[in-house]
Design a protein around this ligand. Structure first.
Ligand SMILES: [Zn+2]
Length: 318
């Protein structure tokens, strides 16, 4: 009798497991994590802070990679070749690949396409391949993604279409992104607090960052749902910076607590939403929800999107 009950229990357990894991059971939320400005994003404050050192970059990436691994995230990192050359070598990129992540092209020198002609955009992409393409090939990965600096994808129809045609010829897919949390603004403030040795302020900034990230995930998820009538796989845009190295565990846990499963960028972009014809020309780096809204003629109210708390830029300008 006990053995029979055990078998019944095992059967029921397996049946529940199968139901939960079958795709039709419930709409599964998925998100791809993308990290820009590899091998190190540093600060956007230019001359006001010292240039990053290789040690800083190593430490930041080690923390980031450890968090990605703990949460089983198949991430994609977008490489700025000029930073690779400045920091002197491929070591950090090799670690990203060895940990099972993908690399993509973030151009050679991170210039806005708005300020370049088509020939220069092509050169930026080709020179951007020097380190990441051989590393991806060695790992037998053929997928090629490019993300343009500031998500500037061509500000006129002529430029936009010429760039799109060129990407196709060269075997690239344009990397989309659907959620942005202005991590670079918080990171600048975080670096300032750390440079001043203000531990309390650094903590306060990190807490505000996590709170804002939580809000932005909900905001963009509902925007995308409004535009498409369903929630597509999301694509989170983060940067390779110190704040994310210290906050990655919490950021990834926020996604988990909202029921998201982590997928690769290629898996996310296999969704038909990302085949929406790209016929929208802008000088701005809009997230894809806003682009889809324009392309599909859905009226959305971007003023509902909140900015980071005012005390963050205030602290930076002090
Ligand atoms: Zn960038």
């Amino acid at each position: 009798m006990a053995a029979l009950l055990n078998r019944v229990e095992t059967f029921l357990f397996l049946a529940v497991l199968l139901t939960l894991s079958s795709p039709g059971f419930c709409q599964e939320r998925t998100v791809a994590i993308t990290v820009d400005d590899l091998p190190y994003a540093g600060s956007t404050q230019g001359q006001r802070v010292p240039p990053p050192t290789l040690d800083e970059a190593r430490e930041t990436n080690a923390k980031l990679l450890a968090a990605l691994k703990r949460h089983r995230v198949p991430a994609t990192g977008f490489v700025i070749q000029k930073t690779v050359e400045k920091l002197g070598g491929n070591e950090i990129l090799e670690r990203w690949i060895a940990a099972g992540n993908d690399l993509g092209n973030h151009t050679y020198s991170h210039k806005s396409a708005n300020a370049l002609d088509v020939a220069s955009v092509k050169t930026e992409i080709e020179k951007g391949e020097i380190a990441f393409v051989p590393l991806m090939e060695r790992a037998h990965k053929r997928q090629r993604f490019v993300r343009f600096p500031f998500n500037h994808t061509g500000d006129t129809k002529e430029k936009h279409d010429a760039i799109a045609e060129y990407l196709k010829e060269r075997g690239y897919q344009l990397a989309a992104c659907t959620i942005d949390n202005q991590d670079y603004v918080f990171n600048d403030a975080y670096l300032k607090a750390q440079a001043l040795g203000d531990v309390q302020m650094a903590k306060r900034i990190k807490a505000a960052y996590l709170n804002y990230t939580d809000q932005q995930i909900d905001y963009y998820a509902s925007l995308n749902k409004q535009v498409l009538g369903r929630e597509p796989p999301q694509i989170m845009l983060l940067h390779d910076n110190k704040l994310n190295a210290d906050a990655a565990d919490e950021v990834l846990s926020i996604f988990e607590s909202k029921g998201f499963k982590f997928v690769s960028l290629a898996q996310a972009q296999a969704d038909p939403a990302y085949q929406t014809p790209d016929t929208f020309y802008t000088q701005f780096g809009w997230m894809w929800g806003y682009r889809w809204a324009r392309q599909l003629n859905v009226r959305v109210d971007g003023s509902q999107e909140k900015e980071p708390p005012e005390w963050i830029p205030d602290y930076l300008s002090r």
